[in-house]
Design a protein around this ligand. Sequence first.
Ligand code: SDX
Length: 422
Amino acid sequence: MEKTEYITLLVEGKEIRLPVVVGTEGEKAFDISQLRKQTGYVALDRSLMNTAVCCSAVTYVDGERGILRYRGIPIENLVETHSFMEVAYLLVHGTLPTPEEKRNFSNLLNVNSLLHEDMRHFFDHYPRGAHPMHILSTMINALAVFYPNVDSLSLNEDIEISTARLISMVRTMAALAYKKSIGEPVVYPRNDLSYCANFLNMMFDSPVAPYRISEDAVRILNILLILHADHEQNCSTTTVRTIGSAQVNLYATISAGISALSGPLHGGANQQVVQMLREIEKDGDVTSYFNRVKDRNDPTRLMGFGHRVYKTFDPRAKIIKKECHAFLEKMHIKDSLLEVALAVEKAALADEYFIERHLYPNVDFYSGIVYRALGIPENMFTVMFALARLPGWIAHWREMIGTETKIVRPRQIYVGKTWQNA
Ligand code: SDX
């Protein structure tokens, strides 16, 4: 039996011991679940920058060393050897699928790829300019209307179907939102195509110009989706765990995760990066943009740079940058924004402001350039992030429902008026 370590706190002259929790990668925390009972104090940690809200076995991130592993496997290995559908299975079930498990999962995704026809008609009434992230969040929430029996209590019998329905249907919904936005007829999913090939076909096939599915496009889309598939307790995943703790049904829970991801400081950054690069391209160099970023009175940020956890290169950015170069070259695509991005990165990595704040390119810095090369419109970039993050959200929801039964309800320190001065 392992010996428990303790730390000692001295609170108003009284010594209290708090047990130390050590993770499998050596991360340490002291457990304060008895703090208020033992001392009357609570801990204050704005934006939870120093607080572990759970113990999880899904993903490991080391921000100092730039490490990202799903269920213990480095992303560098996974992008070389597996498809997004296999990595989705890994995240949700904890191990890579056997050939039989892979066949069953693929069949489940196929059987659940078609949107309910009544739901498809929702798209006839969305305004043309509606942002696809809002449409996606609405449609995923609507799944709870059409498939009502999905909550933690009905967990066992239909969790596999609900998992497959979400991972598969989000792809159909995303492509449908795009087709509607350009006034083209809907392209239905096909059972004979792989996960990524199916998505690209639904996005770009048309009755007058059949879409030629390129292996290179399928390969790089698999890589991008794998790299975005999970990232431990980021804002949207913590949202999913928080809402799920109230035993809200899985669809409404995922819908909330999509809303959290749409924020420009989170998943919405990939769209903002491209807009920023275009602005810098117009300026002719980075100087004026960097001056705005450094101006304390100006909220402008270098989008696609910085990270709450990574204080070195985001390992995902390294892979996307390399693959982006190779893909554009292979497809003979010239994108001036790639040159601008390389110049911005070079200038920022040599600039004291960014160096002293440990600001490096994150996952969003190059991903938009790949999506442009695939023909995906800018307002769909964050939708691509949501499509990829689905398995990660579901993995965390299943882990939380399976282990923690307490509803998330943090404390606060009240600083408002007292009854005397109300
Ligand atoms: C994602 O959490 C995850 O894992 C998220 C994610 C995932 O996979 O789920 O990795 C995906 O969301 C990536 C991040 C995408 N967002 C952006 O690229 C937006 C630009 N980045 C920043 O807004 C910022 O870096 C955050 C939001 C990502 C992180 O912000 P923090 O950790 O709260 O950093 P901070 O605000 O405490 O900044 C520390 C200092 C501050 O300067 P000082 O007040 O100390 O002088 O660094 C500065 C900040 O002003 N800073 C930036 C900056 N990011 C931080 N200055 C300019 N440009 C930036 N991008």
